[in-house]
Design a protein around this ligand. Sequence first.
Ligand code: PEP
Length: 258
Amino acid sequence: MNHKKIIAFNWKMNPGSLKQARALLNVANHAGLKSKNSRVVVFPPFEYVFSYDFWGHAAKITKGAQDCFWQARGPYTGQISPRSLKQAGISWVIIGHSEKRIHGNETNLQIAKKLKTAVRTGLQPLLCLGDDAFSHKQGIIRTKQCIRKQLHESLSLLSSADIKEIVFVYEPIWAISAVSHGKTDDPVHAARMVSYLKELLVKEFRFPDSRVLYGGSVNAKTVSKFLGFDDINGFLVGAASLKPDQVSGIIRAIENNS
Ligand code: PEP
């Protein structure tokens, strides 16, 4: 199946002002408008997610949120209601990001609950799966075991119809935020893991046309190295998504490679 490449910009807790956030959104929107072969999804922090002033009329942008709770609504202090997201026009949600797993002690079972509620609320989940540095150092067999376990546990509460609604991301934890530690993934290894995930989805979940993105310090310079691998259906981008020249450079590189 020939899908557009998905470019998912994860802004984390940035930028610090509505003015900067709108300027960045405009850059992504303008670059996206020139691109026929990409779908641009922006995941801003929550202070902007529910703000009409922020989203305005960015026609090319698909609206995303960085997380949601596993109950649609109810007495859960501090949680984000998936139903409220849907009502606010948000269509995508990141679930299982390694920073939530690490800093929020999120488990695969909690992720499974979130996925189930998100799908059944009509949100498009982007499920992040990734090996840690320890598994990575032990080699490809251990890395694959780690991903397979996360996949099975994260999908444990979902029907096969639910699973077909998910877009996956292979995002090795050790390759995230290379700006601070310098370690990035080799595109051949990244593509091998993306293909492995797709194989697992076919063989063990009867899901033949899954979409799997790659995430881990991708930027305008490195993105073309990953674009040679057809199995990679797009990218989840963190740090580079905060720099206007990187945003337009990534979208342009994808357009030129299509
Ligand atoms: C991320 O955290 O999802 C991510 C891909 O970040 P970065 O691009 O900064 O590694």
